[in-house]
Design a protein around this ligand. Sequence first.
Ligand SMILES: NC(=O)c1ccc[n+]([C@@H]2O[C@H](COP(=O)([O-])OP(=O)(O)OC[C@H]3O[C@@H](n4cnc5c(N)ncnc54)[C@H](OP(=O)(O)O)[C@@H]3O)[C@@H](O)[C@H]2O)c1
Length: 229
Amino acid sequence: MDRPYVHINVAMTADGKIDTFQRKGAAISSERDKERVDQLRAAADAVMVGGRTLLDEDPKLTVKSEALRAERVRRRLSPNPIKVGIVTEAILKTGSDFLNTGPANIVIFTTRWTSKHHISLLKSRGVDVYVDNTEKVDLPKSLETLKQLGVERLMVEGGATLNFELLRLGLVDEVTAYVAPMIFGGANAPTMAAGSGLERGEAIPLKLVDAETWDDGGVFLKYILERSI
Ligand SMILES: NC(=O)c1ccc[n+]([C@@H]2O[C@H](COP(=O)([O-])OP(=O)(O)OC[C@H]3O[C@@H](n4cnc5c(N)ncnc54)[C@H](OP(=O)(O)O)[C@@H]3O)[C@@H](O)[C@H]2O)c1
């Protein structure tokens, strides 16, 4: 494959929402799920987020557990996976957690909407910046670049628009979801896949390979994409 193995992970409510209508990054994961997500990050070569999640929530995307970071170092890896942002206009605050919490290599895929000034600023912070001459980031090309950078396993941590685009383009191998025992409702609250949507005949088939009920009241689901079975 000329792209990494791509794994989307989400935490969602029983009504499929990954945030409330307020879009402030509502907490959904249980403690057990947070540990699972940390293990996934530690097992990944890179962790990717979409532009809205990156700019609005400024995620650290680092491995929280010291033991897991040490384990990566024992495997001669950086303590944290590469942080990857897919962002149309990359106006990141220089003091942001995304840029400063590490150590971690950072890769930003952006478009011509990002000014030369902001590109230089990011490069001066040691960020690898790739600029597409397009309206939105060219995702197949970005994944190819990540593969060339040595990324074999990519974890995608949302949000809704990026998840959908990757799925629509057939670039996803696995989807895992922690379904928390709560409902957010809200027509404008994001679900795990947003974007333009698909007609019924174009629905993306999934194969359920694991389903667990957890004693925190949540459910863990693991799907693989039919084309990678
Ligand atoms: N519960 C969870 O597991 C979880 C995880 C992460 C995020 N979230 C939630 O998800 C929400 C954010 O999701 P979102 O859908 O608004 O945004 P998103 O998926 O984080 O980012 C999408 C944005 O990235 C930019 N982009 C550039 N090229 C793209 C491409 N080829 N494909 C897709 N996006 C591209 C676009 O920015 P422009 O519009 O500027 O062009 C696009 O709107 C937040 O509420 C956050 O809390 C939840």
